[in-house]
Design a protein around this ligand. Structure first.
Ligand SMILES: [Cu+2]
Length: 124
């Protein structure tokens, strides 16, 4: 093999190796994205939970974020017989982690009569 051919061969190896490295990075990035999906967001806006129905996997932490101008809300798992949650004001949020499969309906205590409620469905 001449020097020029050898050099070309080594360069081709180098580029092949490089492309594998890029593929590895993309795989790692995809795995990070997957772990980021352990969180889900529900916003409160115009006296509504949005989305009102949310399906997540076990282990997901749901965050309810208040995006009203002035109005506070809370999250109350009334049907489960729990105590009402704390009020959270615009810019604030509350979280809860759902480990077990099932349907978790909830309401906003002060606005239940306005139909303000939602459900978290935990499905494997
Ligand atoms: Cu409310």
């Amino acid at each position: 093999m001449s020097d020029i051919r050898l050099t070309a061969f080594l360069f081709s190896l180098l580029f092949t190796t490089s492309s594998f490295t890029i593929a590895d990075n993309e795989t790692e990035k995809a795995q990070e994205d997957e772990s980021a999906s352990d969180q889900a967001l529900v916003i409160t806006k115009d006296y509504k939970f949005q989305p009102a129905e949310l399906t997540v996997q076990p282990g997901t932490t749901v965050r309810w974020e208040n995006r009203e101008f002035r109005q506070y809300h809370n999250v109350w798992f009334k049907q489960a017989g729990e105590e009402p949650g704390d009020y959270f004001f615009p810019g604030e949020s509350v979280t809860r982690t759902f480990d077990n499969p099932g349907a978790y309906p909830y309401v906003c205590q002060p606005h239940e009569d306005r139909g303000m409620g939602g459900v978290i469905r935990v499905v494997e």
